[in-house]
Ligand binder design. Structure first.
Ligand code: ANZ
Ligand code: ZN
Length: 768
């Protein structure tokens, strides 16, 4: 055995062994209990960053630990391969996104492999592969048939720089999340998925996920935003016709304080009033350029204009003016509100600004008001969700084509199943001037599936959140000729999902929705995709997030080349609990490296047999007991420190009779964290062929028992020292040991013994 620790040789040897023996191939037919361990798949941006290393190390510790405990483990890996950065790289460097993406995947795969992850690479997938995204298209068409997918024209957030629609959550403080450009409102047609149909179930079944962090469940519940209120109408007269202006309120108890109504700029009543009111038309136009975000609504300056129209209070009959107000959202409730300045802050600000009346009132009871309105046929209690349907159309090239053909005669026609997948041409090079698919005649022009006349393909592609909404189900059956098969039901749900908190809302919510849609189509038979969720903390350097753009990034590749993957893994696990942020420290990395050098050195010199007390054994088993407990609660940093303490103890007593057993425990405990060095030492030291097949170490009760105990020795009630006795010693032998002790001899001063008091496990008092 080589005396010097040489990570490069060790890691190559271990990785070759795992490859040659297909150590991490997941068995679809095993009778062992299954454990599906999944880390969020990476976007192939070019190279790994430290956040990836942390994510995948945590996942790998869990996967390897379960494997050694007899689980049939599935730990797959793949690529979230569609998306904007590839198009931006194309614009900057003139390379087709497909080429850029595939090069990045090849490079990053090799980097991931150098980390020694226990991944079943046979199941690798990339979402830009036609045999993957064809099933996005296929399911989308099934959703269209059921009305779960539909087309509509809607006001959307428009990023004028990227020329694309943004989801609400991609708008941060009124600006595009990527470009920072001021977001505009636009009306365009697009496809939507009716996630709101599942709002109630998405909310209530959060209760079936005790394995998720409370914080994430709260964020999801908040996003769904259930509120119970009253929907009711203000009647008004229009050219002799009785019409109704509907509003939604959660405060029907304030109904007697209404002094005006306010509608959104896009509300039909606003449009109507603007017909012969150019000033109002101009104001409405101005509003349409603002943000559609609620958070912005709360802070921006309240602006409005009277419509000149009036409605009637449904209970008092009072005449109330209707205003257009920029703080009313068209997409929430009815797009109109009853304004109660005395009780609503926004209404108050607005009323003060425009000199509208404020009316102080006594609060009513919501139930009574709802009943009164119902009796008049003017309203009822209603549940409302903040959650909106999911707009999936993106005016981008590098994504999954939406399988629709537009025909002048037949309208929007679904692509027939036998023509799937609609394959994205891979040789386009976007230049920033809109979607290149619109310029590709060979893609664009096709016969209409219904009438056969020349028609035009949809050029919008799907939101990449579609791609990531079901990849975990495909890993279970990556070669299936259907979307999923029985293997998916075998492996799913994912037992442990590991990823960043930035995905706490959308990715997880969309995946949960997608799962329920597939379940309702009979494709899968589980309700929730992820049983346990671990959101790993950030990697910080000098207190701020480590990133290339901040210039404080540490390159994992360089780290691995210098110290080896085991050092990187050990440092990352040791430096912080998985869910907390981790502060990078070069000294910490050095420390991890020194620890592994010491581990290697002790392994190289440890004598086979020795003799000694059982205190070493007791210490090792005691540390093991704590470490196993910590593994169970995913507190891996203290597992690493238990391993360090074990090494200290073993270094102190290398020739102890129990040192070899202790070292074998240490290697097994460490192997999920630093698998390479443990694999090689295990073999070199003759413990066995493959540490992955060794049983996980469990502490032995017999080793934990204290076989000697220390008692306080008192003479006439005064503490004079200690005596050691066997833990099984009886009263007589404790008395004899105490009397014979040096301290007793000294302080008794030859006086006769009157009596001896023994308090078991505590003290012995000699009275003279
Ligand atoms: C009158 C009122 C009085 C209100 C009061 C609140 C307080 P949540 O709980 O989030 O569902 N609202 C309704 N539709 C709106 C829209 N399209 N745009 C902007 N605001 C809208 O909020 C419901 C409340 O938000 C409703 O209750 C309504 O104002 C407002 F003292 O009605 B309330
Ligand atoms: Zn046609």
């Amino acid at each position: 055995m080589q005396e010097k620790y040489s990570p490069l040789d060790i890691e190559q040897a271990a990785q070759s062994y795992w490859n040659a023996t297909a150590s991490f191939r997941a068995d679809d037919h095993s009778t062992q209990p299954k454990y599906y361990c999944l880390s969020m798949f990476p976007y192939p941006s070019g190279k790994l960053h430290m956040g990836h290393v942390r994510n995948y190390t945590i996942g790998d510790v869990l996967a390897r630990w379960h494997k050694m405990r007899g689980f049939n483990v599935l730990q797959p890996m793949g690529w979230d391969a569609f998306g904007l950065p590839a198009e931006n790289a194309a614009i900057a460097h003139g390379v087709p996104p497909a080429v850029w993406t595939k090069d990045n995947i090849a490079h990053m795969k090799q980097q991931l492999q150098s980390l020694g992850l226990g991944v079943d690479w046979d199941r690798e997938l990339a979402t830009c592969q036609p045999d993957y995204y064809r099933w996005n298209q296929w399911l989308f068409l099934r959703m269209l048939e059921k009305g779960t997918a539909y087309k509509k024209t809607q006001v959307v957030n428009w990023d004028p720089v990227d020329q694309t629609v943004l989801a609400n959550e991609q708008v941060i403080e009124g600006r595009g999340w990527r470009t920072g450009a001021l977001v505009e409102k636009r009306e365009i047609p697009g496809y939507y998925l009716a996630i709101t149909k599942y709002a109630e179930e998405l909310l209530t079944s959060l209760d079936s996920l005790p394995g998720w962090p409370e914080r994430v469940r709260a964020m999801q519940a908040n996003w769904i935003g259930k509120s119970v209120g009253v929907r009711f109408a203000f009647p008004y007269d229009q050219e002799g016709q009785r019409e109704l202006l509907w509003v939604y309120t959660t405060r029907a108890d304030t109904i007697m304080g209404v002094t005006f109504c306010a509608v959104a700029a896009e509300h039909p009543l606003a449009t109507l009033a603007a017909q012969n009111n150019p000033a109002l038309a101009a104001f409405i136009d101005e509003c349409k350029h603002g943000s559609v975000m609620e958070a912005d609504m709360a802070t921006m300056e309240k602006k409005g204009m009277a419509t000149g129209l009036f409605v009637e209070h449904p209970l008092t009959g009072e005449r109330l003016p209707v205003w257009v107000a920029n703080y009313v959202l068209m997409s929430y409730g009815e797009g109109a509100v009853m304004a109660v300045p005395a009780h609503d802050e926004r209404d108050m600000v607005f009323a003060e600004k425009y000199g509208l009346p404020v009316k102080q009132i006594e609060l009513a009871s919501i139930a009574t008001i709802a009943a009164e309105l119902k009796a008049k046929g003017l309203g009822d209690v209603q549940v409302q969700y903040r959650l909106r349907d999911w707009g999936i159309s993106r005016q981008r090239y590098w994504g999954c084509p939406i399988p629709i053909i537009h025909c002048e005669q037949c309208g929007s026609v679904p692509v027939p199943d036998d023509q799937l997948p609609v394959v994205l041409p891979e040789d386009c090079v976007p230049d920033g001037s809109g979607n290149p698919l619109a310029k590709r005649a060979d893609f664009l022009v096709c016969p209409c599936p219904t009438c056969g006349k020349p028609a035009r393909r949809e050029t919008d592609t799907m939101d990449t959140f579609v791609d990531s909404s079901w990849y975990y189900a495909r890993y279970c059956a990556p070669d299936a000729q259907t979307m999923v098969d029985h293997r998916t039901d075998h492996w799913m749900p994912v037992d442990q999902y590991v990823g960043g908190i930035e995905h706490a809302i959308l990715h997880l919510l969309y995946s949960r929705f997608w799962t329920k849609v597939m379940r309702d189509m009979g494709l899968v038979h589980y309700d929730e995709p992820f049983t346990h969720l671990l959101t790993q903390g950030m990697v910080l350097k000098d207190g701020s997030k480590m990133s290339k753009s901040k210039g404080n990034g540490v390159d994992p590749q360089a780290l691995i080349e210098q110290y080896g993957a085991d050092t990187a893994r050990f440092f990352i696990i040791f430096a912080a609990p998985p869910d907390q942020s981790l502060d990078w420290s070069d000294a910490g990395v050095e420390g991890a490296y020194r620890f592994l050098k010491r581990l290697w050195a002790l392994g190289a010199t440890l004598p086979k047999n020795g003799e000694g007390s059982s205190s070493l054994r007791r210490e090792i088993h005691g540390l093991l007991k704590q470490a196993n407990y910590d593994l169970g609660r995913l507190q891996f940093n203290t597992v690493a420190s238990a391993a360090m303490k074990m090494l200290n103890a073993l270094e102190k007593s290398p020739s102890d009779a129990h040192a070899s057993e202790g070292f074998s425990i240490l290697l097994r405990l460490l192997s999920p964290i630093t698998p390479h060095i443990c694999h090689v030492l295990w073999r070199e030291m003759g413990y066995g062929d493959d540490i992955l097949h060794a049983p996980w170490p469990e502490p032995l009760e017999e080793a934990l028992v204290q076989d000697e105990i220390e008692l306080v020795l008192q003479i006439n009630g005064k503490t004079r020292g200690n005596v050691r006795v066997a833990s099984s010693a009886d009263k007589a032998s404790i008395e004899a040991t105490a009397l014979a002790s040096e301290m007793a001899q000294k302080f008794m001063e030859d006086r006769p013994v009157k009596k001896i008091i023994v308090v078991p496990n505590r003290l012995v008092n000699i009275v003279v």
